[in-house]
Ligand binder design. Structure first.
Ligand SMILES: [Zn+2]
Length: 388
């Protein structure tokens, strides 16, 4: 897909449907603007499984999605020394072509992002260099739109760093530049975005993060998926879960406790999401990449690690690997067709930069062979992902 279309974004709440017209920022993304197709009646569950109605012949047979892990574009708390001089304009220069080229691009926004200093500082923290709470300047939301992100997950352990006010202002700020948001209970839950006649649903979950949609609440999760499924053709679920750090590279297939918190059984969570109707499940949270798995024809990426954290986060070892996952899915069934792991490496103070050694892809390839040797995925050292 050469160009993105402005999207008609429909946030479907449990009781109310809100329509957001696109207010995408002025970027190259606007080239090739076409009329967004009118929304049609929702597909049945049967149609998803190829049993019921068929798509019109004009509908694409496959769709391209792009995903990243944690995005922290800097922070003006405790002070503005953790913001780039060009206000984030060059953070995504090396990857924007991939993000813009996808039908849908989603990342995890690891912190608050709004104008001003309103909001309650979490945990009675003071403005010291040891205080790791994150507030990206409000104008940086536009950098996400310019880079090609369509939606961001805000279900994570830093989305609430500035309390309810910070959560609300962040959601409003992202939506104001055309970036849709999922992950906050009662504030930003279900999202549907339509493009090229395909409707994408998105839900973001996190483990042990307060006000977020909860990895450890299967009843609510199943309810959300069940409700959203008829409103979209491709249903994406992301999660922020699992233990953290270079000793947490493997998927343990059991509940993970980290810093005394229940960080979820992400293996079970991902499988149950697919069983419940999700088409693809993408994780982050460990700050390092993890394996990928093909489950019932659907792709699970257990962690995409960090992607853009030029300040305040480690970039040592595997934490500096910044994979960008591009996948093609069958537009009718949501089944994985092929993909590519583009390898970037984080550069302090600059952002993700192309890595011609393909370290991120090699890392995920090795982990996938170790953790899911039977799942039928082949990942080459250059990052090509295909079904065996
Ligand atoms: Zn996190």
């Amino acid at each position: 897909m050469k160009y993105k279309l402005p999207m008609l974004a429909v946030a479907v709440c449990l009781q109310t449907v809100f329509l957001f017209s696109s207010c995408q920022s002025s970027t190259a993304k606007e080239a090739g603007v076409k009329n967004v197709p009118k929304e049609t009646s929702g597909p049945t569950q049967e149609s998803r499984d190829g049993v019921g109605e068929e798509r019109s012949t004009s509908s694409p047979r496959s769709v391209t999605l792009a995903f990243t892990g944690d995005v922290l574009m800097g922070t003006n708390f405790p002070d503005s020394s953790y913001v780039t001089r060009d206000r984030g304009r060059s953070l995504f220069v090396d990857c924007a072509d991939i993000l813009r080229g996808a039908d849908l691009a989603i990342g995890n926004l690891e912190g608050a992002c709004y104008y001003g200093t309103a909001g309650e500082v979490k945990k009675k923290m003071t403005a010291t260099s040891r205080c790791f709470i994150f507030r990206m300047p409000g104008d940086h939301a536009r950098r996400l739109a310019e880079a090609g992100f369509d939606a961001m997950g805000v279900a994570n352990n830093h989305a609430g760093d500035f309390g309810p006010t910070g959560r609300r202002l962040t959601v409003e700020n992202l939506r104001s530049v055309g970036v849709q948001v999922s992950g906050q209970k009662g504030l930003a839950e279900e999202v549907v975005m339509e493009r090229h006649g395909v409707r994408y649903g998105y839900l973001a979950f996190a483990a042990s993060c307060g006000n977020t949609l909860d990895v450890n609440d299967p009843v609510s999760r199943d309810s959300l998926i069940r409700h959203l499924r008829p409103h979209c053709d491709i249903l994406v679920v992301s999660f922020h879960g699992g233990a953290e750090g270079t000793s947490a590279c493997h998927v343990p297939r059991k509940k993970e406790i980290f810093l005394g918190e229940n960080r979820g059984d992400v293996y079970r969570f991902a499988h149950e999401c697919i069983d419940g109707g999700a088409d693809i499940v993408v994780g982050h949270g460990p700050h390092v990449p993890r394996a990928m798995e093909l489950y019932k024809g659907h792709l699970i990426a257990y962690s995409l690690g960090n992607f853009c954290a030029p300040f305040r986060m480690s970039t040592a070892g595997a934490t500096g690997l910044a994979p960008l996952l591009q996948v093609q899915l069958d537009a009718s069934t949501g089944h994985f067709q092929q993909g590519h792991i583009y390898s970037f490496r984080q550069v302090k103070g600059a952002g993700p930069r192309r890595d011609d050694t393909h370290a991120a892809a090699k890392n995920i390839s090795t982990l996938t062979q170790q953790d899911f040797p039977q799942s039928g995925l082949v990942i080459t050292e250059e990052g090509e992902v295909r079904v065996n």
